[in-house]
Design a protein around this ligand. Structure first.
Ligand SMILES: NC(=O)c1ccc[n+]([C@@H]2O[C@H](COP(=O)([O-])OP(=O)(O)OC[C@H]3O[C@@H](n4cnc5c(N)ncnc54)[C@H](OP(=O)(O)O)[C@@H]3O)[C@@H](O)[C@H]2O)c1
Length: 241
């Protein structure tokens, strides 16, 4: 599908599955590892020694993103696909009637909304050097203002709505340069985002990742000049902004 890709938050869940699926398709993958030790990524490295580059990456920090760019640039001057996947949830219980933890909210914002922007801004020269020039921001249905039905999840919902807006801003700037931005809700996925495995979720990370890559692949067949910045789910169904 693509020659090369960068995936953030590749430690587990959807990010790990996207990394594995891209490697299986033959892509060279730069995988951002957040935790100190991630055996699952190490196992992938054992199988794809030449294709996989694992880099420590905390998208909430300028210096970490700059170091990831430096390390990536030692290997290549281009990336076809950047997938901003790394995110955190924060508190999902407190409503406006409760006490709200603003410090935690700022941390969630810094990762979910600013972290992806930090990555997109830093890696933009490599992305625009690539063939596909494709930026994918993994958002959530929780970022939809049009379909908002929750009365809590403040940090997560607000940060994903902000992510959606920055996706459009980037798309507007890079479309004339042949670039494209796609905003994807990965579905309800069995991951550890809520602190324990969400066994009630409908999709495995592998199912979600496989579907997301199909959505991306379909977009890559269309000339960037004909593409808007779409906000879709893993089956390419449009979401309300
Ligand atoms: N699961 C769902 O049902 C669902 C629904 C809608 C949207 N999403 C979105 O899908 C994406 C993947 O989530 P997931 O469900 O796969 O959850 P996950 O397993 O918790 O994955 C999130 C990843 O981000 C990493 N991460 C956390 N803080 C980071 C930071 N500061 N810098 C870089 N990476 C960081 C995590 O690393 P560690 O694991 O080492 O902490 C983990 O690898 C997220 O954008 C999420 O918002 C998920």
């Amino acid at each position: 599908m693509v020659g090369s890709a960068f995936v953030t938050g590749a430690d587990r869940g959807v990010g790990l599955a996207l990394t594995g699926a891209l490697l299986a398709e033959g892509a060279r993958v730069f995988a951002g590892q957040y935790a100190a030790e991630v055996p699952a990524l190490q196992r992938l490295k054992d199988n794809y020694a030449d294709q996989l580059h694992v880099l420590r990456l905390d998208i909430s920090r300028d210096d970490s993103v700059a170091e990831a760019l430096r390390a990536t640039s030692e290997h290549t001057d281009r990336i076809d696909l950047l997938i901003n996947n790394g995110a955190i949830l924060g508190d999902i219980k407190a409503t406006v009637m409760d006490s709200l933890n603003y410090e935690e909210m700022m941390t969630v914002f810094n990762v979910n909304a600013l972290g992806s922007l930090r990555m997109s801004q830093a890696f933009m020269p490599l992305l625009l050097n690539g063939e596909s020039k494709c930026l994918v921001n993994i958002s959530s249905e929780a970022g939809s203002i049009g379909d908002c039905r929750r009365d809590s999840w403040y940090a997560y919902c607000m940060s994903k709505a902000a992510l959606n807006m920055q996706s459009k801003l980037i798309h507007n700037r890079i479309k004339p340069l042949g670039g494209r931005v796609l905003v994807v809700h990965p579905g309800w996925v069995q991951t550890y985002m809520q602190g324990k495995l969400d066994v009630g979720a409908t999709l495995t990370p592998e199912q979600s990742a496989g579907s997301i890559l199909k959505v991306i692949e379909a977009r890559l067949k269309i000339d960037a000049e004909h593409l808007a910045c779409d906000y879709v789910d893993y089956e390419d169904r449009a979401l309300k902004w």
